[in-house]
Every structure is written in structure tokens, then in C-alpha cells.
Design a protein around this ligand. Sequence first.
Ligand SMILES: Cc1cc2nc3c(=O)[nH]c(=O)nc-3n(C[C@H](O)[C@H](O)[C@H](O)COP(=O)(O)OP(=O)(O)OC[C@H]3O[C@@H](n4cnc5c(N)ncnc54)[C@H](O)[C@@H]3O)c2cc1C
Length: 319
Amino acid sequence: MSNVMVLAGRVGKDLTESTFELVGKARELADAWGGQVEVARFGTADPATALGVADTVVSIDHPALSDYVPEAYEVALRHVLAERSPRLLLLPNDTMGLDLGSALSVLWDAPQAAYVVGLEADGDTPVATCQILGGKILAEVEITGERGICTVVSGAFPAAAGQGGDGAELVALDPPAALESPRMSLQQLIEPQGGDVDITTADLLVSVGRGIGSKDDLDTVQELADALGAPLSASRPVIDSGWMPKSRQVGKSGLKVKPKAYLSFGISGAPEHLEGMRDAELIIACNTDAAAPIFDVAHYGTTVDLFDLVPAIVEKLEG
Ligand SMILES: Cc1cc2nc3c(=O)[nH]c(=O)nc-3n(C[C@H](O)[C@H](O)[C@H](O)COP(=O)(O)OP(=O)(O)OC[C@H]3O[C@@H](n4cnc5c(N)ncnc54)[C@H](O)[C@@H]3O)c2cc1C
């Protein structure tokens, strides 16, 4: 079969942006292979709505699937895969996708490519570009055989390519019996702190690192962010110090951002940080150490002290 399947992710009732990123890529591959785009969607009473350019929605509705629980989703997705036999399964490279990808790689007997940032069809064979060592190296892998799984890094493909469409055909499957006796259930969903700003959708980010020195000095960069109308994001040490909420962390264990411009102050550019921001269209870095690795990815840079530079820019912007 040359169909490409995507698992729909959701936040509350809404589909995630990465669902459409995957659906868009699935469309491209399925068209190249003369196949269809199928989306597996679980635990919703209205599964067929707004699935972009997908051809088919394969749904299973069961109370055990109303929130993401690894065991229940794995059982349900395995059932869908057995019924539909796609060539390729695309999952987001997030907690859910990494859970399910590795479990299904074993249970569905399919090779898995993780941290995928590129995916093309070479004839009948999917070829994935994967980040390894925190993005320091890119590996190109061919997924040969009858089936495969890719977990795709958020932002790797445009969401717009998956949106629109004429509506998908609905195929409702009966829930597998194993959902009746779950060994795992969700106790509580803990919302992230400071969910007021989504740094992944900002066009402009002002980002600050350990070079800021103290929580009180954050006001200096906050003033610049306010003057530019941009959210403030940060490297991990700033978050780990409790100076800003986790929702503002850029990097491997934070969020991947892709703004039009990323202004970095007092950030060294460790691989784990670069993994989250190196795809910004324009990177401008301020770091007093000319050898800091952030300058390897920056389009413009300065070694001026941030405490001299930032107030001077604010003065220019406000004057
Ligand atoms: C598994 C794992 C996951 C990780 N995930 C992340 C992640 O998601 N995000 C992340 O950011 N890190 C992450 N890290 C940590 C990462 O390895 C680095 O430790 C971290 O990115 C360093 O943050 P920094 O650049 O702010 O601090 P530092 O490396 O300490 O750099 C501070 C920089 O500020 C400069 N500086 C100092 N004073 C000034 C001044 N007055 N003006 C201008 N420049 C100044 C210094 O020259 C220095 O280069 C992770 C690490 C691991 C092991």
C-alpha cells in the first residue's frame, strides 16, 4: 500500500499545528506514490471536521481515548495500522510521538526514523533527514521494506500545505477489546505555567541567556522586548533559575522556534539551545565572547556588552 497515515494531535478540542504540518507532507508523498492521506483520530465525537487535505479520517471513539494515554493510544493506533496497512506513519516528534513511535516500531515491525527534519520520496522509498547529536549532525536514512515510521520535528514542514481541502471521508472503526481493561489512566492534566504567550508562533523573539546575570536585570531586556512588541524567550539556565516560566524556554528540552528574527543576548549557543532556534530566518547575537558558538549560526553579531547595547537600542526605539 502507498498510503501515508498521520496521527492527529490535539490540544483540548483543537488540532495541533503540527498535525497540519504532517498532513501537508503526507499529501506530497501520497501524491508521489499514487496513494491516499489517512488521518487517525481518536476520542472525539466529531472526527471528520477540519482535517485539511486528508482523504480519509479513520476514527475510534472510546472513553479511554478522550485524553492521551500512551497504552490506550498504542492499542488504538496498532489496530488502525493493522486495518489500513499504510506505507508510512507520520507522528510528531513530541512526547506522544516518541512514545508511540518506538512502541509501534516493535509491535508493528517497522523501522523508525526520529528527529526528522526533511522527508522526500526517492521513487517508492521514503528518505528522511534526521537530526542527531542535538542537531550537530544530519543523517539521511532510507526507509526500505513495506512500512516505516517517522517522528517529525515541529516546524520542519509548513502547516499551510496541510490546511484547506474539501473534507475527508470518515471510516469509524470499532474500539479494540483491549481498551476495556486499561492498566493506565490519566489522573490529571497539568497545564504549563505562563501559557499566556506562545513563543513558537512569534515573528520576532528577544531571547536572553545566563549572561544577563540576575533576575532583576531581566527588566533591561524586557524593556527592549516591549519596545519591539516581541515576547521574551530564554535559554535553559534562565528557566532553571526560576526567573522565567518553562513555556519561554528555547531548545532541545524547551520549544523549537522559527521566527523571522531571533535577537539573542548573553546566550553562548550550546548545541541544545541551537537545536531550538537555528531555523530562525535572521539571527542577531550579542555576546562579549567572540568565540561563542552562537556566532556560528548568527547572521549578524556583536561583542558589545549587552548592558551597554540594550539600553542604547531602547533609547533609539523610543526617541
Ligand atoms: C539534555 C539537555 C537538554 C538541554 N536543553 C536545553 C534547552 O532546551 N535550551 C537551552 O538553552 N539549553 C539546554 N541545555 C543546556 C545547554 O547545554 C547550555 O548549558 C545552555 O544552553 C547554556 O545557556 P546560556 O547560553 O544562557 O549560558 P552560558 O553557556 O553560560 O552562556 C552565557 C553567555 O553569556 C555571555 N555573556 C556574559 N555576560 C555578557 C554580557 N554582559 N553581554 C553579552 N554577553 C554576555 C558569555 O560570554 C556566555 O557566552 C540542555 C542540556 C542538556 C544536557
